[in-house]
Design a protein around this ligand. Structure first.
Ligand SMILES: C[S@@+](CC[C@H](N)C(=O)[O-])C[C@H]1O[C@@H](n2cnc3c(N)ncnc32)[C@H](O)[C@@H]1O
Length: 366
């Protein structure tokens, strides 16, 4: 039995997890869940693939329920304690001390304090995980809890490296590598040809290439294609990869002029409009969204020309945080007219951005 701990956007992380399970054909039976975690049965194969999740933080092996389960934990000289569903340092200390008492027969042990009542993967790795252990308590609303040990973490240093060590960076305009990974999983396509037709400096392409997928990218701007090439050759060297991406200068509204084959999946963050100086009011947001929609309509027509039947699209539409509070998300009935079925919609935003990402997962019915 395992649990996953979701990252800062739990709804998106949960959707990614379900898509990931289908994508890698992992048999998973859900047992219990909360906003920030999910407990399930799964084969240990999951441990091998966990690395490829973008939106989860930890994979925890469950040892039991309630205080008795503490006896089942394996000895560690140095450990920490992570509580989810309870923000209570007194309880944190009490559980840590109980573990230490249980370990006494096997030797002395110490536990260290994380920044919050739970540790983050970066803290764990820096302390010496997996030798240094992380014992996890998952609380339900009624106060009962699951007990487990973290067996895998997603690697924040690798994701950071993909972002800030590459030769060409555009911090505000490019998509975070973690989100690129989530979007690839949302396609549920395990193997096949993947296209990013607004590739920019190539963040999504980096993820295709890292995963050994057949990678294609295009952008209208030849300068961006040069940037993407630089980043991809850096990636190949740093990660010792043999494969790369096929790149074209191409307008996303005219894809069939540039690509002869059909794709299994398109994953992209398109042009999202001019940067906003302030949050718009509702009327302004509707106008901005309508203007861009004319462009997106032609883009989706062009997707129809290069996608296989039942191919998938994971696409970031803009949504707007309104000056009066709330978010404006446009409904796009025209997608169905063009043969695209909306399979899921998830919002995501970064504090430093005005714009909200309205991530759509679509199936092309042709
Ligand atoms: C939001 S950026 C994509 C950023 C990318 N995800 C990254 O991480 O670098 C949008 C890109 O779309 C390109 N673009 C704008 N209009 C286009 C069009 N009609 N066809 C193809 N690319 C276009 C721009 O040159 C820009 O590089």
């Amino acid at each position: 039995m395992y649990a996953v701990i979701f990252g800062k956007n739990p709804l998106l992380s949960e959707a990614e997890f379900h898509a990931f399970v289908r994508r890698f054909n992992l048999k998973v039976g859900i047992i219990d869940s909360n906003r920030d975690w999910m407990v399930f049965n799964s084969s240990p194969k999951l441990e091998r693939y966990f690395h490829w999740l973008g939106g989860s933080l930890k994979l925890v092996r469950i040892v039991g329920e309630g205080e008795d389960a503490i006896k089942e934990l394996e000895y560690a000289k140095l450990f920490t304690v992570s509580l989810y569903g309870k923000n209570d340092w007194k309880l944190w200390r009490k559980l840590g001390s109980s573990i230490k008492r249980e370990f006494k027969a096997e030797g002395s042990s110490k536990f260290f304090k994380p920044a919050k009542v739970y540790s983050m993967p970066a803290e764990l790795i820096l302390k010496g995980f997996p030798e240094v252990k992380d014992f996890v308590f998952l609380f339900r609303e009624d106060g009962s809890f699951w007990v487990g040990e973290t067996v895998k973490v997603t690697d924040p240093f690798e994701l950071k490296k993909l972002d800030v060590d590459r030769p060409v960076q555009r911090p505000i305009l490019s998509i975070p590598p973690r989100l690129a990974r989530i979007m690839v999983n949302l396609t549920e396509v395990r193997k096949g040809s993947f296209l990013d037709p607004f590739c920019g400096i190539g963040t999504v392409l980096q993820e295709f290439v890292l995963q050994g997928l057949s990678a294609y990218g295009s952008d209208r701007d030849p300068g961006r294609i040069r940037d993407a090439k630089k980043n991809l050759s850096w990636l190949r060297k740093e990660f010792r990869l043999k494969n790369s991406a096929h790149l074209e200068v191409c307008d996303a509204r005219k894809l069939k002029r540039c690509f002869r084959q059909r794709f299994d999946a398109i994953v992209t963050e398109p042009y999202l409009g001019e940067p906003l100086r302030r949050n718009p009011n509702r009327g302004e947001a509707i106008r901005l969204a309508n203007e861009l929609d004319r462009f997106y309509y032609s883009v989706f027509e062009s997707f129809g020309d290069v996608l296989k039947r039942n191919g998938k699209v994971v696409f970031v539409f803009p949504a707007y945080r309104l000056s009066g509070g709330g978010i404006y998300r446009k409904e796009r009935k025209w997608l169905a007219k063009l043969g695209f079925e909306v399979l899921g919609k998830y919002t995501d935003y970064e504090e430093r951005h005005r714009l909200v990402r309205d991530i759509h997962v679509l199936g092309y019915r042709g």
